[in-house]
Design a protein around this ligand. Structure first.
Ligand code: GLC
Length: 429
């Protein structure tokens, strides 16, 4: 336990608390983000359980009628954000404005951890019972709307849905997104963070072309899936959803919630996903890679997204050993695991958003999966590297894997939360 850093982390969460929900960083991201807040709730859980549940309550206020959980919830107006509520023009039934795309469905995974660590078990069980139907609706939306042909792999229609916005994984699929009809827009992120650490203009144009198209299509599920020029089976999302389905069954059992016939439905999702995840293994590269569903091609990029695979339950032992070997090889090139893209790859940029830097939350997911597989040595190395980079450079949004330099926004909520929930307790191992 490092009480000084613990206190700093709690101070960051307090500073970013906008009244029941936490913004990732008040300047760069002044609203509530989906997967950020699930991680943030884990941080609150270490010292203020009611506040942790409140974070999740506020996320569900953004849930759509069709079950989707949007990636941004605009609880209150905030200046200087683009694309804001006026661009998305979307709303939840609660009347709260939201974005129109989603993010990785880590809810069931983090809520399971919250339940397991709760000191007030009674309250935790009540909250979990309240959340199960909502989580189920979200998972159902993913499996139905994003995999209408029941292939076992769900699609993302925008890089932002993966949470790894600017990864080299999207370079080829994004190059097929037309930008001829792009309406003009004003970027604000590069006024706040050095342009060297943010996506390039051409990439941003394509992000916006997708947003404008989805808005014109009024977020109609069938149209979006059928006509989106970007349609990719992302490693991160598919491995997370597979694990989240498992954890949904688990929390229901733990709190005595009767899922009725939905139990078999969830088991069915897991079964086809278990088989389909095989398709993400690119044997030529010996790596889990994203699959461009429009062309049937692998993206040909080794990124940290593929290493989230350890969250799945039934990985081949030979593959696990091989991927651990790869992590140790990466560690010979960089000083801090896990770079978001292979440090030996041609597109590696150690300072640019998702093209090389280290993210604490992705490390946490990889760590959790590795520990489940009993791979302690590499797991501890990842925890030690993440703790060290934070101790030396502060609670930044992301870090240069070679120099450790803190990048992007400072005083970042999910980095603080990962310190409290994960690193502070394990760092002396
Ligand atoms: C960036 C990240 C995304 C995150 C958001 C808020 O868009 O790529 O994963 O949710 O910032 O922190």
């Amino acid at each position: 336990m490092d009480s000084e850093l613990d206190q700093q982390a709690r101070d960051i969460l307090a500073a970013n608390d906008k009244g029941g929900y936490t913004v990732p960083n008040p300047k760069l991201y002044p609203f509530q983000w989906l997967w950020d807040s699930f991680f943030v709730a884990l941080g609150f859980m270490t010292y203020n359980e009611p506040r942790a549940w409140q974070e999740i309550d506020n996320l569900f206020k953004g849930q759509w009628e069709n079950g989707m959980m949007p990636h941004i919830i605009f609880h209150k107006e905030a200046p200087n954000y683009m694309p804001g509520p006026d661009v998305w023009m979307a709303k939840a039934p609660s009347g709260i404005k939201t974005s129109g795309i989603t993010q990785p469905p880590i809810g069931a995974i983090t809520i399971r951890k919250m339940l397991e660590s709760a000191k007030d078990r009674k309250r935790a069980e009540e909250k979990v019972k309240e959340y199960i139907p909502k989580l189920l609706a979200f998972h159902r939306w993913f499996h139905d709307a994003r995999d209408p042909n029941n292939t076992g792999l769900v699609a993302v229609l925008h890089p932002w849905e993966t949470g790894r916005d600017n990864s080299p994984d999207w370079d080829i699929p994004l190059s097929n997104v037309p930008i001829e009809n792009l309406e003009s827009y004003q970027r604000v992120d590069t006024n706040i963070v050095d342009a060297e650490q943010r996506p390039q203009k051409d990439t941003y144009d394509r992000y916006m072309a997708l947003v404008q198209k989805f808005q014109r299509d009024q977020y109609d599920l069938n149209t979006l899936y059928a006509t989106s020029p970007f349609k990719v089976a992302d490693t991160t999302i598919n491995f997370i959803l597979n694990r989240a389905d498992h954890d949904l069954l688990r929390i229901a059992e733990d709190v005595g919630y009767d899922l009725g016939s939905d139990k078999a439905v969830i088991e069915g999702w897991i079964k086809i996903s278990d088989a389909a995840l095989e398709k993400l293994w690119n044997a030529e590269e010996s790596m889990y890679e994203c699959l461009d569903l429009r062309t049937g091609q692998y993206t040909g990029t080794s990124s940290s997204g593929g290493l989230v695979c350890f969250l799945a339950r039934n990985l081949d032992k030979g593959r696990v050993d091989h991927l651990i070997e790869k992590l140790w090889q990466w560690r010979e090139t960089v000083n801090y695991l896990v770079p978001s893209y292979s440090p030996n790859g041609s597109r590696f940029e150690p300072q640019r958003y998702w093209r090389g830097p280290v993210w604490a939350v992705v490390n946490f997911l990889i760590y959790e999966g590795l520990m489940d597989h009993g791979c302690k040595e590499i797991g501890h190395q990842i925890a030690a590297d993440t703790a060290k980079v934070i101790k030396e450079n502060g609670f930044c949004e992301y870090f240069n894997p070679i120099t450790g330099e803190g990048l992007g926004g400072g005083g970042f909520s999910w980095t603080a939360a990962m310190w409290l929930a994960w690193l502070s307790p394990v760092q002396d191992l």
